[in-house]
Unconditional design. Structure first.
Length: 382
């Protein structure tokens, strides 16, 4: 089969399965509202949980950073792309989370890929929650270590996989808040099992940091767990983009020598780092924003409980409604958009077969009337 035939066949299969992905350009708006083709929608698909992408202090931080540093970084952090702004923000992050070091990455996907590629060797064992993010599972599959998956949020499943002895090291991987189900990992139980087997625990808390825990410190802080490796990303509650790996001093130095994503990627612009520093200020002072978000979550769940759709056990900003079949999820998303509501249908392979869903995300800036409108239309079309 030629390249052209292979590509055509793969695309046809996606179309037939109602799993074809498409992008649609918008004219702006990343939190409560979104403008597409000149029409304004209520947006329930944003990960900007606290609305910080539109916060004046964060915008001003980026502008001030651009005036001082320009809009690019000019190279890898190992060449010219590492400024005093980077160093100061890394130190601040590390102190905030209680780690020796923090290393900035251009994306969460890149941070996870870099970690597993640099750490895992032949003879090692990598045990990952079955619903871990694609960046973690893809990196795990390409690593020379052996990958096994434990049942989602089931410590007893992990315990069984930890039983056999292994010649090399063991790394257990999970998320703090799972991006498609919105549920939280039992981190304390997972950490206890991992460390009793002399393994390391890696937690990706992309959807927990900023909105969970004291001062928004995240899932690990809430559950009083200090994983060996903590990944936090800045494209959700921080309202910007990028990521950081939190670790001890020796691991940080090792990654600086061997993490290829860190060594060979152009670094995050310093202007962006200044914006992130301003966002961290907002998060640390953001108890009122977190309370608004939690109020919205409770209000939505109460109203959605009467829908003929399955809800997950989520108390977070991610509130999926399980539809089942791909075409039905697409139909519902289309009906919502006709009514001025931007909600995304998530289908396999992003989620397991038969669990296509409407992935509804709530933010601190949604109003009660916004949620009422969403619930009204859902009740009309479900």
């Amino acid at each position: 089969m030629s390249w052209a035939q292979r590509i055509e066949q793969a695309l046809d299969e996606r179309l037939l399965a109602s799993a074809y992905r498409q992008r649609q350009a918008n004219q702006g708006g990343s939190t409560r509202g979104l403008t597409v083709d000149g029409r304004r929608y209520l947006n329930f698909s944003s990960n900007d949980y606290l609305g910080l992408s539109q916060h004046p202090a964060v915008i001003q931080g980026w502008q001030d950073g651009a005036k001082r540093h320009g809009v690019g970084s000019g190279g890898s952090g190992h060449v010219t792309g590492y400024t005093e702004a980077h160093a100061a923000f890394e130190q601040r992050l590390a102190q905030w989370q209680g780690y020796d070091r923090a290393l900035l990455f251009i994306s969460g996907f890149g941070a996870n890929q870099a970690l597993l590629a640099a750490l895992m060797q032949k003879g090692d064992r990598l045990l990952a929650d079955r619903l871990s993010h694609a960046s973690l599972l893809e990196a795990a599959m390409h690593a020379p270590s052996r990958l096994r998956r434990f049942q989602h949020n089931q410590p007893e499943s992990l315990a069984g996989l930890l039983q056999p002895a292994v010649a090399g090291e063991t790394l257990v991987v999970t998320e703090g808040v799972f991006s498609m189900d919105g549920d939280e990992a039992p981190l304390a139980a997972l950490a206890a099992l991992t460390h009793s087997a002399n393994g390391w625990l890696l937690v990706d808390d992309a959807h927990g940091v900023g909105v969970i825990g004291e001062g928004g410190r995240g899932s690990c802080w809430k559950q009083e767990v200090c994983p060996d490796l903590l990944v936090i990303t800045f494209g959700k509650a921080f309202g910007v983009s990028g990521a950081a790996v939190l670790c001890d001093e020796p691991v940080a130095e090792y990654l600086l020598q061997f993490a290829r994503h860190l060594i060979y990627s152009t670094s995050m612009p310093a202007a962006q780092v200044v914006a992130l520093d301003a966002a961290l200020d907002c998060i640390q002072k953001g108890d009122e924003l977190r309370q608004r978000l939690n109020n919205n979550i409770h209000y939505f769940r109460e109203g959605a409980s009467r829908l003929p759709l399955l809800m997950t056990e989520s108390s977070t900003a991610i509130q999926p409604l399980i539809v089942g079949e791909n075409h039905r999820a697409l139909e519902l998303a289309g009906s919502l958009r006709e009514e001025g509501l931007w909600v995304t249908a998530i289908r396999p392979p992003t989620v397991p077969e038969g669990s296509a869903r409407l992935r509804i995300t709530l933010t601190a800036v949604h109003q009660r009337d916004d949620i009422d409108r969403l619930l009204e239309v859902l009740h009309d079309h479900c």
